[in-house]
Design a protein around this ligand. Structure first.
Ligand SMILES: [Zn+2]
Length: 410
């Protein structure tokens, strides 16, 4: 089997792996200014997508420009999330060279879409492919690819521990080679229940003091996780941004969430912001949590909320995810001020950060790879792939950290 990384090797973002020059696994976008896309030209016979995050699916519609119509295989939620992200990209960048596809390409996505559940084998470009629940976000999959000689397990993004929205991965299918993500290879997550408890106590304290808490959160997965936590701790909350649409969508796919009833309760507990008649400004003195995009303060309704709440030190901004260097969210944590909507603003409100990660941490990665001790492993999707590979080698693994570009025979 030949494997070629077109993106996501030695980096986080623009994941893309070409198998046997015919089957493409993921085709993502690396966000930034400007955004980056996978390397090289590719014309696959079929596409398989591990999950509906921008760095895995963001560039997929561009594969349907011209005469190419490769079938795209994914779970039903991944299909829906891909469409949501593609439409959002068109809205933000449509027509500019930062957008690698057109509205027509996006329309074709549904024409070529083929959805599959977990553990249902299907055929793609002459390979037998099977999805297994990866426990990262709803619909996320480990992808097992069998070309008749070699079984390749591409982990995609995964989590070994339970989140409220999805349960952790338990699938460890037999494989001859494993491509493993390593986003948090040098991080040990604090116990999730403790993080939740700290978050809830902190928000409650601010609300008792008469303040408002803005909770920046990614639309896909994190917004719903924060809604579930707010419901469990009875914290009054508003929800704004793309996360509203994603929540509605996920309610249609109850078999892909851990507890559909809890999600239903969380949805009725939360109040969705319409944004009409100055509602955003009005709710900033309502003594509630406001869960909103974007998770790194680089756009979305957070651009209205932060300026409104920033000058009162009773208020709080509770970040819920990793902040990439150079984003306003990272600047806010490190310097106490951030460029919001083109204006640098000092923030007197308290700023806190919580680790609600949807990825396996160091222990989780080792726990997962324990099942593959005698299997060659390729490390990707991390900022320090080489270092993690060295550590695994010292533990007796046959392991490599490939680069984008060259073909690897596995
Ligand atoms: Zn992901």
């Amino acid at each position: 089997m030949d494997v070629r990384f077109l993106g996501g090797a030695g980096e986080v973002g623009r994941s893309a792996i070409l198998v046997n020059d015919s089957l493409l696994l993921d085709y993502g976008t690396k966000t930034g200014t400007p955004p980056q896309f996978p390397v090289g030209d590719v014309d696959p016979d079929a596409v398989v997508v591990s999950h509906g995050h921008l760095d895995h699916v963001g560039t997929v519609p561009s594969l349907l420009s011209g005469d190419s119509r490769p079938p795209i295989h994914w779970t039903p939620p991944t299909h829906e999330l891909a469409l949501t992200l593609a439409r959002d990209t068109l809205k933000l960048h449509g027509g500019s060279y930062n957008c690698p596809f057109t509205g027509n390409d996006v329309k074709r996505v549904t024409e070529v879409s083929e959805t599959h559940g977990y553990r249902e084998a299907f055929e793609a470009a002459g390979h037998e492919v099977t999805f297994y629940n990866a426990g990262h976000i709803p619909g996320s999959a480990h992808v097992l690819v069998d070309d008749g000689d070699t079984r390749l397990l591409y982990t995609g993004d995964f989590h070994t521990a339970d989140q409220r929205l999805v349960a952790g991965t338990t699938a460890r299918p037999d494989a001859d080679v494993v491509i493993c993500e390593s986003t948090y290879a040098d991080v040990e997550h604090e116990d999730r229940a403790d993080v939740e408890e700290q978050f809830a106590r902190s928000v409650e304290t601010t609300l008792w003091e008469g303040g408002t808490v803005v909770v920046p959160a990614f639309a896909i997965g994190r917004t719903q996780e924060m809604m579930l936590i707010c419901e469990a701790y009875d914290i009054p909350c508003y929800v704004d941004g793309m996360g509203k649409r994603v929540t509605e969508m996920l309610r249609q796919y109850s078999e892909f969430v851990r507890d559909a009833d809890a999600l239903r309760r969380a949805k009725s507990h939360a109040r969705f912001v319409t944004g009409r008649d100055g509602q955003r400004k009005r709710i900033t003195d309502q003594k509630a949590a406001i869960i909103t995009t974007s998770g790194m303060l680089s756009g979305g309704p957070a651009m209205t909320y932060i300026p409104e709440i920033r000058s009162n030190p009773v208020n709080k901004v509770a970040m819920t995810g990793y902040q990439v260097e150079g984003t306003p969210g990272r600047d806010l944590i490190e310097t106490g001020s951030a460029e919001i909507d083109g204006r640098v603003m000092p923030v007197s409100a308290q700023v806190e950060q919580y680790d609600f990660s949807a990825h396996a941490d160091r222990d989780g990665l080792f726990e997962f790879l324990e099942s593959y001790e005698d299997t060659p492993v390729l490390i990707n999707h991390g900022d320090r792939c080489e270092r993690f590979a060295t550590e695994l080698r010292e533990r007796g693994f046959e392991v490599d950290a490939p680069r984008n570009g060259p073909v690897h025979a596995v």
